[in-house]
Design a protein. Structure first.
Length: 259
């Protein structure tokens, strides 16, 4: 296999390891990525609605067909060999309801307005979420500091509170970047907190999220940035407070000027 193997012990990969490791092993044994992903599907338990899901080679996407519309119509996810589509497949397994909802909204927008040269606000937000989203379950104080981009408070004063928080990354491009981590990797955290009552049940997270992805709210890009390697326990270097003084990564909030 030409592409590198993820470190499944890394906290950002752990939610995906139970599917990712056997898929990777199947690829190493000679299966194509679409074959390995489809072979791992736990049907019908992961199915929500629409055609049964399976992964197919990218070449099976008909010429001129929109990727999202094809998935919606057929249940077939065109898949290229490589880490990007590997993580996309794992996100389909871990967050099937959410991925179905994102696909439904994309396909609906395409049916309404066509593909076009410009995606428009809704499709832009859907793509951003699909590629780079993070979900945070945390006490209110952490949320307040995050939304204020008060990094000193978020990662300094409130650092002990991170023991009560959980961050999960359903953005597949974000996961791809973290195969080779670097300090400036930044997620788009959905501004709606994952309810503490859901605990660590990611199946419940998935169902909750799918129900909350509404076009009007998404078009307003309801996200806030978070440099993920700043999360306590995620990166050894952040144990030194100097780590957070890099304003090119931990940027202060924008100050709007009034005239």
């Amino acid at each position: 296999m030409a592409w590198p193997a993820p470190d499944w012990s890394a906290p950002w990969f752990q939610p995906f390891a139970s599917d990712g490791q056997p898929v990777r092993q199947a690829c190493d044994a000679g299966a194509s990525l679409p074959q390995a992903l489809t072979g791992r599907l736990a049907q019908p338990s992961m199915e929500t609605q629409g055609p049964a899901l399976r992964f197919v080679p990218q070449a099976e996407l008909p010429p001129g067909a929109a990727y999202e519309s094809h998935i919606f119509d057929t249940g077939c996810v065109p898949t290229r060999e490589g880490l990007h589509d590997f993580f996309n497949g794992l996100c389909w397994m871990r967050f099937p309801c959410t991925k179905r909802r994102l696909n439904q909204l994309q396909a609906g927008a395409i049916a309404s307005a066509g593909v076009g040269q410009v995606r428009g606000p809704l499709r832009d937000a859907l793509t951003l979420f699909d590629e780079n989203a993070a979900l945070l379950q945390a006490p209110d104080a952490l949320w307040e500091a995050l939304l204020a981009r008060d990094w000193a408070r978020l990662f300094g004063t409130l650092r002990p509170l991170w023991a009560q928080a959980r961050l999960v990354l359903p953005g597949h491009a974000l996961l791809e970047k973290l195969v080779t981590p670097y300090k400036s990797i930044t997620a788009h955290v959905l501004r709606e907190p994952v309810p503490l009552a859901l605990g660590d049940d990611l199946g419940a997270w998935d169902r909750w999220l799918a129900d909350h992805l509404q076009p009007e709210a998404l078009a307003r890009k309801p996200f806030t940035p978070l440099p993920v390697l700043g999360v306590p326990g995620w990166w050894v270097a952040n144990e030194d407070p100097v780590f957070y003084r890099d304003t090119s990564v931990f940027r202060p909030p924008r100050v709007s000027s009034s005239h």
